[in-house]
Unconditional design. Structure first.
Length: 376
């Protein structure tokens, strides 16, 4: 259990991070493997006076669908929704085939994302891979300090047109970000339309998508260079610390080559499966006509550059925590957060001790990480 001299981390999340109020409707979705954490959140939510419901489903991989009952429960539009998943919440097959659309025309392939980011009526917490130990070590942090770091980095990213990332293991790439907004998981999920991970603690941005045949107006060359993942990696069936680095060569924003050892083969298998499934889903009517080839293309897209900012996090082989660790950055292969690169996957991989330099339109530069250390 958590140190009784410290605040209950579940109460910290419910009271400080989400600010759950009396009579708010709270939905908790869990797996049998995460039942202890879910029950603790249930009790902490009830202590806030909320009307709390808890529903279980079996664990889901990156390619599995959520149970229909789970999706129906989310569709009731609770004030707060906790997804306490061993791996993933699971996909929304009906929304994948026929996406939800906002009045502005933005499309969402999952009811959770539609209510959180589209309609902005729900607050959300998702914890894929959470463990009791992780929860108790990393949730009770100084959120004011975290938010201050996020705001400072947001200021530095404004006006940046590209980001140069290097690292000792061999990472060296240019990331185009002009007119992209920096997003952050800062532990402030108090307003409708806000949410993120617990543990919280990262900033992240979607690189511009490379030129392709599906978007003729796209002018970006996309990410160029090489990523050498030397921390940990997400695969379709879970996360692992890397024994052998994985090298991904990039061309026009897409992964053109994956090399390394057995773990590189595992990554390639996941990416290839996402490509093949996308085409099959279109044939079966589970994706709209013409979407299969787009989803296939984006299975090799670089969908995210993130920077870890949680001082209590460390690399454990569990990406939920690993991507928040100090002295790291991470790149995701697959879907991005700006909804212009849909894919069946979003595979995060950690790079240790990066140097990250922001480059502005006038040619000036700002180093924000140097050999993993924040310079802000």
């Amino acid at each position: 259990m958590f140190n009784k001299k410290e605040r209950n981390p579940y109460a910290v999340v419910c009271e400080d991070v989400c600010k759950i109020k009396k009579d708010e409707r709270v939905l908790i979705i869990a797996n049998p493997s995460t039942s202890e954490i879910a029950q603790n959140f249930y009790q902490a939510s009830e202590a806030c006076g909320a009307q709390t419901s808890l529903i279980y489903q079996h664990e889901k991989t990156s390619f599995d669908n959520a149970n229909k009952e789970v999706l129906a429960a989310i569709a009731t539009n609770p004030d707060v929704c906790f997804s306490i998943s061993g791996i993933k919440l699971g996909k929304d097959p009906e929304a994948t085939a026929k996406p939800y659309k906002t009045d502005a025309g933005q499309e969402f392939s999952h009811i959770f994302d539609y209510l959180l980011d589209g309609k902005k009526t729900m607050r959300g917490v998702w914890t894929p891979g959470i463990t009791v130990d992780m929860m108790e070590r990393t949730a009770n942090i100084d959120y004011a300090e975290l938010r201050a770091r996020c705001k400072k980095l947001e200021g530095f990213f404004k006006g940046a047109v590209s980001v140069h990332v290097t690292a000792p293991a061999g990472t060296d790439l240019m990331v185009p970000v002009e007119n992209r907004a920096l997003m952050f998981d800062d532990g402030d999920f108090t307003k409708p339309g806000t949410g993120g991970n617990i543990p919280a603690g990262e900033v992240f941005i979607s690189p511009l998508v490379g030129k392709n045949e599906f978007e003729p107006d796209m002018t970006s060359e996309g990410c160029q260079g090489v990523i050498v993942y030397d921390g940990s990696m997400t695969f379709s069936d879970g996360d692992s610390i890397l024994e052998t680095p994985i090298t991904c060569k990039l061309k026009d924003g897409y992964v053109s080559e994956i090399s390394g050892g057995a773990e590189a083969e595992r990554l390639l298998k996941t990416v290839t499966e996402a490509e093949n499934r996308a085409l099959q889903m279109e044939k079966e009517g589970k994706l709209k006509a013409g979407q299969g080839v787009i989803y296939k293309k984006n299975a090799r897209n670089i969908g995210e550059l993130g920077i870890g900012l949680n001082p209590a996090a460390r690399i454990t082989g569990n990406m939920l925590e690993d991507e928040k660790a100090f002295h790291t950055c991470h790149f995701a292969i697959g879907e991005n957060y700006d909804n212009d690169a849909p894919s069946l996957i979003h595979l995060d991989g950690v790079v240790r001790n990066p140097t990250i330099t922001l480059i502005y339109k006038d040619g000036s530069e700002k180093i924000i990480l140097e050999n993993g250390a924040l310079v802000i």
